[in-house]
Design a protein around this ligand. Sequence first.
Ligand SMILES: C[S@@+](CC[C@H](N)C(=O)[O-])C[C@H]1O[C@@H](n2cnc3c(N)ncnc32)[C@H](O)[C@@H]1O
Length: 290
Amino acid sequence: MAAPEWSQPPAVVGGGESPDDVEQLELELLLEAVYRRYGYDFRQYAPASLRRRLRRRQDAEDVATLSQLQDRLLHDPACMERLLLDLSISVTAMFRDPSFYLAFRSIVAPALRTYPFTRLWCAGCSTGEEVYSLAILLQEEGVYERTRIYATDINEQVLDAARAGVFPLDKMKQYTQNYIRAGGTREFSSYYVAAYEGARFSRSLIDNVVFAQHNLAMDRSFNEFNVIVCRNVLIYFDKALQDHVHGLFYESLEHLGVLALGHKESVAFTAHADRYEPLDAVERIYRKVR
Ligand SMILES: C[S@@+](CC[C@H](N)C(=O)[O-])C[C@H]1O[C@@H](n2cnc3c(N)ncnc32)[C@H](O)[C@@H]1O
């Protein structure tokens, strides 16, 4: 019987490896350990930014090598939580890239009006600014009442923040400008009250929102959607994982459903490119046509 692959001897034995080779090996072992211990699969994240973030965590934990970091990760779940925050950078903003929302308002909202009920999946929603922005837009366009938004992220901590809906007061000036540039039709300040802890957004904005943990790399499709919004997430994945997630989106969208990626991402050069037609080529909003 052939020996299992893991028991094969390495091609080079005995010190022929460069420090870079050893670090690459440590990186692979650490990612494998994280996957097997916690189920988080970062094995297909884009390597350059992964290395940068791991190095930062290594410094913050004051450990000399990735192997030492791996040891700590395996035995200390709190360290894993800290790494998770590093790896899944959660930078976001309300009405981020206002031109995206302008396009969404003029192209997608009218289409949604023709449906009695719609399901929208906001994947990689981070601390929720994108979800509240979409809810405001859909409310102003008169379709929020018949929409359910499924807002998901790999990271429970950011989801807790999203559920709370309290954002820094000092961001409100910038968010108001974004909102106006995104075609907002009311007073932005009518959506929140200024409280001690920050700008507390109206709970009515999340009446139709379901927040849930979902890992795009590992979890399956969980519904059929009319719209999927996923912005500034796929950039962290390598090509194979991007393809995998595009497969997930494709099978989760109903026929003529809308995939909204924002200008940093695209379906071009993926295995699914010819299954969509562009509705807005700049904002990368597509319709599934086959
Ligand atoms: C830069 S934020 C983008 C937030 C928001 N979509 C936006 O554009 O403002 C990226 C988010 O993707 C999430 N993320 C990273 N890997 C993920 C995965 N495998 N599954 C689900 N979410 C993931 C991170 O936790 C983070 O909150």
